[in-house]
Design a protein around this ligand. Structure first.
Ligand code: NAP
Length: 408
């Protein structure tokens, strides 16, 4: 006898899809800090269109984008979707996860019911003109962050994905490990390898903001794998130690400096002088760690408004600041003199292509890349995990929640 709803962790017969499911849901009336924004609810299991797949989610990774979804800032995810004609008045987030293929829609050929998969976090329309004209799907006008800009992400018993989001799960990874690293790992990988000629090559110094965070922990390892020299920025020595263990050449404690935030007015000589003193001291610290007076060829950015002026100043002549987020704000200042006179590149980067995802999974599958799973919570702790991240109190590395996976 099949049931309408299965308890969390209770396994339906393979391929049997119940009508309802448990999910950790965000609703506009709860928008606010994650502890308030997320709540466990029972909702309908979504139906499948052509090319789509239902995945029985074993574990889901925690990422910053659903901190933003819970806050309803800078983008109201539910209102945006309703504007495009979607009826749901709730958001099920979760942009990565691991699980078992449970049902496949019309036309799916590359995965079958029962396959163990890792799912990636972006979707696009494969029939879009720009893709058919040869664009990287990540740059398509149809590209969306799955489980952020779309509904039915991994914070539910069943996630709805498109076929190309599924990748075979390496056997050496637990469900939780497989769920936690791909979003940050593939994003960092694209930042460090995807923007030729600014790719990490042997001997290249790389400055990595938030070295102990999700992106940072992946970036340190990827830089080392490619022969580069990663230097991390952190906010305390415990996080610094974690970066050293991952392979960082050294770390800079950002709390020892105070020149953060937007640039002073260029005409305010005293304020500008104070800022220059701060940023030069930061640069000197970088040289000390590196052992020579060489600037970073690549600066891996995501902290945004507070740190961009430093990143742009410190980056080597003809180097690149590559940015995928703006945790501290989006209204960043760039002193254009440094940009053009020293011919630097400020490059936006967003998640990763299917190939880049597959390459990062291969690194983890061959044990060259540690997923850095640092915290595992129960499904009902999804909001709490995002709250820790919101307050920058989360442990170093990547976090996951168990959805249907049993506690170890
Ligand atoms: P995370 O695990 O929270 O790590 C971020 C790190 O930033 C923290 O560990 C923290 O390290 C550092 N940080 C916090 N406040 C800072 C400040 N004022 N100045 C400098 N550093 C600061 O988050 P994550 O997963 O790495 O994500 C980071 C950002 O990238 C988020 O905004 C996220 O939305 C974005 N992102 C974008 C994509 C994309 O595809 N576009 C993908 C992944 C992430 P310390 O306090 O130790 O310095």
């Amino acid at each position: 006898m099949t049931k309408d709803l299965y308890d969390i962790g209770e396994l339906p017969p393979l391929g049997v899809v119940p009508a309802r499911m448990h999910a950790s849901v965000i609703r506009p009336e709860r928008y606010g800090p994650p502890e308030q924004g997320f709540a466990m609810e029972v909702v309908d299991v979504p139906s499948l269109g052509p090319g789509q797949i239902l995945v029985w989610v074993m574990a889901a990774g925690i990422n910053y984008n659903n901190v933003w979804a819970s806050l309803g800032y800078p983008y109201d995810v539910v209102a945006a979707r309703q504007k495009q004609g979607e009826p749901e008045d709730f958001h099920i987030g979760g942009s990565e996860g691991s699980g078992i293929v449970w049902a496949v829609g019309e036309g799916v050929t590359t995965v079958s019911v029962g396959d163990e998969v890792i799912v990636t976090g972006c979707v696009w329309d494969e029939s879009a003109t720009d893709i058919r004209m040869g664009a990287d799907p990540m740059t398509s006008s149809t590209q969306k962050a799955w489980g952020y800009e779309t509904n039915y992400g991994s914070f539910a018993q069943f996630a709805r994905v498109t076929e190309y989001q599924c990748h075979p799960k390496p056997a050496n990874l637990s469900w939780e490990e497989a769920a936690c690293f791909l979003l940050t790992g593939a994003t960092a990988y694209r930042q460090l390898t995807g923007w030729a000629p600014h790719t990490v090559e042997p001997g290249d110094p790389v400055l990595i903001w938030g070295g102990a965070g999700g992106l940072g922990s992946m970036a340190i390892q990827i830089t080392r794998i490619r022969g580069g020299i990663p230097i991390a920025v952190v906010s305390d020595d415990e996080r610094g130690k974690f970066c050293l263990e991952l392979g960082a050449e050294g770390y800079i404690n950002r709390k020892e400096f105070d020149h953060w935030g937007r640039l002073p007015d260029i005409s305010d000589g005293a304020a500008m002088g104070k800022w220059m003193k701060g940023v030069r001291a930061f640069g000197t610290k970088f040289w000390e760690i590196l052992g020579e007076r060489k600037a970073p060829k690549i600066v891996l950015e995501h902290s945004g408004q507070s740190t961009i002026p430093t990143s742009m100043y410190l980056c080597d002549t003809a180097g690149m600041v590559v940015i995928c987020g703006g945790t501290t704000g989006y209204n960043a200042d760039v002193d254009l003199r440094f940009l053009w006179m020293r011919q630097k590149r400020l490059q936006g980067s967003h998640f990763a292509s299917t190939k880049q995802c597959r390459q990062v999974i291969a690194l983890a599958g061959s044990k060259k890349l540690d997923p850095c799973l640092s915290w595992v919570g129960g499904f009902e702790e999804t909001g709490h995990a995002h709250q820790l991240m919101h307050e920058n109190k989360h442990p170093s590395g990547n976090m996951a929640v168990r959805v249907n996976a049993p506690a170890a």
